[in-house]
Design a protein around this ligand. Structure first.
Ligand SMILES: [Zn+2]
Length: 608
């Protein structure tokens, strides 16, 4: 669990006390970082924003890359205006508001969530590592709130140098296959430089000062092949987009100067010598059934189904699923649902050839739980729409799935090098369930040992940050040293993946469920894969994927996730975590997700 700073109170020293005899105060917050996050010293930040240098008064924190800045600092307001945003401070409600592109988001003192309007999917409830707070009679906010306020990314360099940069949100093609238009969308106006490279011929777009934040680092074009996105530096960011260029293709910039949307019109004069794209798969049969628990949609295709799903929050919650490169002959089909939560389920050819997309939309009166699984064979996908309402405030959630069976344990080597990090240990016992005499450090170690055994058996090279009840750095080290030591294990090993395992805790005894945290763009696919596999294995409440700037996620150089397995402070989940069978289920769920993830990567089965 995480200990946050509340109103400037320094939570120090309790980690050195005997854990079970003298538990730390429960702050109700959790980030799995181990030691308390504390405010340190006043400092001056050099903040680089869109070519300008600003100086902000700030406090450093033990989180290293988080700072507290005064909510009324004029320089903060200038940063917002450089991104077209407008900040305002309300001294009565102690709330900082930011109006940016028509969306108003707020952050209140004592809260660590940037709140957005519920009508905008994904805009609500971004979580910060520590709350806005009063320090010496003045309101301070975490500087990283500017990421959520302004759609930006913050990068901290040595000597209190900070960069706040816009995001590259979308790379796509429009137009016909032979005269496609390449479109790049960013969250603030950018400039770029283009040039061509030889052997093989490539068209290169360099965009300084923008950070990649797209769902994937490749975009497929049926004739050109893979368009690759690369992040070369952060703070200042250098982003490169590389497009394969046929020798006699004409590429003309459509937009110039300083823009949020950049586009290039391409003319491909003759058919291109790339591998013929595989014929689109076909959704051949659709069946709808009523089950005891709700409704079931069964899709049958002519090959295994790989899909992406999304849940939109807000007043009209919807669950969507897309199957790329799939055709649906009826073009449209709709089912009325007259159960506990009435509504419709719509199936459609959402996009036509050459990049056909088949879409399922579950549009009911309430946000309900939707589970996906393989049917009788790998060509069949079962979508269970349960009469079970889920927390509507969860906001936008996304994930991937596949009906393709993964290699059975011990029969293949799909793994790369993975670092498993059992949260806490040694002088820091983490969260506690006093009734059960159970500490987070002991639970996470047992889950990770079980996971280690399964993965070793599957041929992964497994490295544990600890295998006994010890600190990874040294006893009573600072949060930064302890968490830094865990990141160092993974970075030094040049691991392919990093998984940190924790238990959650809350002052609210009813809080329950599993959440998976990611931070870097490269963490997202892994996080969504693990989410579905762990929930499938344990059947616990899904609290969703959460983007959080946790130390171990921000300081590892490979895809990394932090798993909050369940709440130690909840009586049901405390008992489950105390049960070896349940800990085995978590380990199996994680292993299953890792196998599926590895199978999708170039270092997976295909190359071994
Ligand atoms: Zn923890």
């Amino acid at each position: 669990m995480r200990k946050t700073l509340v109103a400037g109170l320094l939570l120090l020293g309790f980690c050195s006390l005997p854990c079970l005899a003298a538990p730390p105060p429960d702050t109700g917050e959790e980030n799995g970082t181990g030691a308390p996050i504390t405010v340190q010293a006043p400092t001056s930040l050099k903040v680089n924003v869109r070519g300008q240098k600003l100086y902000l008064r700030a406090y450093t924190t033990t989180l290293g890359d988080e700072f507290l800045v005064a909510a009324d600092d004029p320089e903060l307001y200038k940063i917002a205006s450089l991104f077209g945003g407008k900040l305002s401070w309300d001294g009565d409600s102690l709330t900082l508001s930011c109006l940016h592109k028509g969306i108003n988001r707020t952050l209140r003192v004592d809260e660590n969530k940037v709140q957005g309007p519920s009508s905008v999917p994904g805009a609500q409830e971004a979580e910060l590592a520590l709350p806005a707070q009063i320090l010496e009679d003045k309101a301070y906010i975490p500087l990283s709130a500017m990421e959520d306020f302004l759609d930006t990314r913050l990068t901290v360099r040595p000597n209190q140098v900070v960069f706040i940069e816009p995001l590259l949100r979308n790379v796509r093609f429009e137009g016909s296959a032979h005269s496609p238009k390449l479109i790049l969308e960013t969250t603030a106006p950018v400039t770029c430089k283009t040039f061509t490279l030889k052997n093989p011929d490539r068209f290169v777009i360099d965009i300084p000062g923008v950070v990649i934040d797209t769902p994937s680092l490749t975009v497929q074009h049926p004739d050109l092949g893979s368009i690759r996105l690369g992040q070369f530096e952060l703070g200042p960011a250098i982003t490169r987009v590389v497009v394969p260029k046929p020798r006699d293709a004409q590429i003309r910039a459509e937009s110039s100067g300083n823009r949020e949307v950049l586009s290039w019109q391409m003319q491909l004069s003759r058919p291109i010598e790339v591998a013929t794209p595989a014929a689109a798969m076909e959704i051949q049969d659709v069946r709808m059934e009523t089950t005891e628990k709700g409704h079931r949609l069964i899709l049958t295709a002519n090959e295994p189904i790989h899909f992406d799903w999304q849940r939109l929050g807000g007043p009209r919650p919807r669950w969507l699923m897309d199957v790329n490169h799939a055709s649906f002959k009826p073009l449209k089909q709709e089912f009325e649902v007259n159960g506990k939560f009435p509504g419709t389920i719509r199936l459609s050819q959402n996009q036509p050839a050459p990049n056909p997309v088949f879409r399922v939309v579950v549009d009911l009166d309430a946000a309900v739980e939707v589970n996906t699984s393989a049917g009788q064979n790998e060509r069949q996908l079962v979508i269970d729409i349960l009469d079970k309402e889920i927390d509507p405030s969860l906001g936008l959630q996304k994930g991937h799935g596949s009906t393709q069976p993964v290699a059975a344990a011990g029969t293949s080597t799909v793994g790369g090098t993975i670092v498993i990090d059992p949260g806490h240990g040694g002088s820091d016992c983490g969260a506690l369930n006093r009734g059960l005499n159970l500490s987070e450090a002991s639970v996470t170690l047992d889950i990770c040992r079980r996971l280690q055994a399964i993965l070793k058996n599957q041929g992964w090279n497994v490295i544990m940050t600890r295998t006994t009840d010890v600190d990874v750095s040294y006893a009573n080290s600072s949060a930064r040293e302890e968490l830094g030591a865990r990141c160092k294990v993974a970075n030094d090993a040049k691991a392919d993946l990093f998984v940190s395992v924790h238990c959650n805790a809350s002052v609210n005894a009813s809080s329950n469920g599993t959440s998976i945290h990611y931070y870097k763009q490269s963490d997202y696919v892994l996080a969504s894969q693990l989410q579905s596999s762990v929930i499938n294995s344990t059947g616990r409440n899904n609290r969703g994927l959460q983007a959080n700037r946790f130390y171990v996620l921000a300081h590892t150089q490979m895809p990394a996730v932090l798993v909050e397995t369940a709440f130690l402070t909840n009586s049901t989940e405390g008992s489950l975590l105390n049960d070896p069978n349940y800990r085995q289920k978590i380990a199996e769920g994680l292993a299953q997700g890792l196998r599926q993830y590895a199978a999708r990567q170039s270092w997976g089965t295909a190359n071994k």
